[in-house]
Design a protein around this ligand. Structure first.
Ligand code: ADP
Length: 257
């Protein structure tokens, strides 16, 4: 009987070891697949702005020879593509800084409604096809933190609201006091986010299945970076949305005492 118990134990241990080996192998294969997907998406996204950039530079060279008049337009379009490339590279750099625990934040007093006002004004200038409305509390709402990084969060949320909405849509930005916090909400009238994917939205590289129909690419890093920045200010970032009914992103930052 003792012999049978021992061999039973050995078989069970062997089965557990086998299952563990398979689990680890599955995890390793999944990690390789994610890495390969990422490489191909990143390469595609980085290459996309290069085609129009090359085209505009070629036109400028031709016009230089023939004395054409649309020089300034080609310069503007080239600068737009350079800005797009810079944004992608910055997101990749920020992501690797977060992963390595090297994203450092400055610490100073910031008026969030002023900052939101500046970002909204800049976006109004660059996006002719959307209205950006700002509804900000009249009392000064001061927080402590990194103004550049909080501006980055505001830009990201407002740019997404525009990017994932049809032309003619309105983006509403609210900056209000919420208990001991300032709450910023960015609401759009766009494509929305499927319910079952909302929990994954803030993960690295995640893009919802309906994002490609917006016709815009992306690396799925912006919201991951935004959540890290907001949480390191002691706040929260979350979304409310229904598919096809627009989305509202909210974030909070504690009020300075
Ligand atoms: P990217 O826009 O580059 O894909 P983000 O991290 O900013 O990366 O966003 C992740 C995903 O969240 C997007 O791919 C999209 O599916 C979804 N998303 C973000 N903002 C919105 C929005 N305002 N409306 C609908 N979907 C959105």
């Amino acid at each position: 009987i003792i012999g049978r118990v021992w061999s039973y134990r050995e078989v069970t241990a062997e089965r557990h070891a086998e299952a563990e080996r398979e689990r680890l192998l599955g995890e390793a294969q999944e990690a390789i697949r994610v890495r390969d997907d990422f490489l191909s998406i990143a390469a595609h996204e980085l290459k996309t702005p290069l085609t129009p950039l090359k085209l505009h530079l070629q036109r400028m060279r031709q016009e230089g020879a023939t004395g054409g008049v649309s020089h300034a337009r080609h310069v503007d379009k080239s600068l737009m593509q350079v800005a797009r490339l810079t944004g992608l590279v910055n997101d990749l750099l920020d992501t690797s800084r977060i992963q390595a625990g090297r994203l450092t934040l400055k610490h100073g007093p910031i008026q969030l409604q002023e900052l939101a006002g500046e970002v909204a004004s800049e976006l109004r200038l660059s996006s002719a096809h959307h209205a950006v409305e700002l509804d900000a509390s009249s009392e000064p709402l001061m927080v402590l933190g990194d103004g550049d990084r909080l501006a980055q969060v505001l830009v990201n949320l407002m740019e997404n609201a525009i990017k994932y909405s049809p032309s003619g849509g309105t983006v509403r930005v609210r900056v209000l006091r919420d208990d001991g916090h300032v709450r910023v909400s960015v609401q759009d009238e766009g494509i929305g986010i499927p319910q079952d994917q909302q929990a994954h939205l803030f993960e690295r590289f995640f893009r919802a299945s309906n994002a490609p129909i917006s016709g815009f690419g992306g690396l799925g890093l912006g919201l991951y970076i935004c959540r890290d920045i907001v949480e390191r200010h002691g706040g929260r970032l979350w979304v409310e949305s229904e598919l096809g009914q627009g989305a509202t992103f909210h974030f909070t930052v504690p009020l300075a005492r």
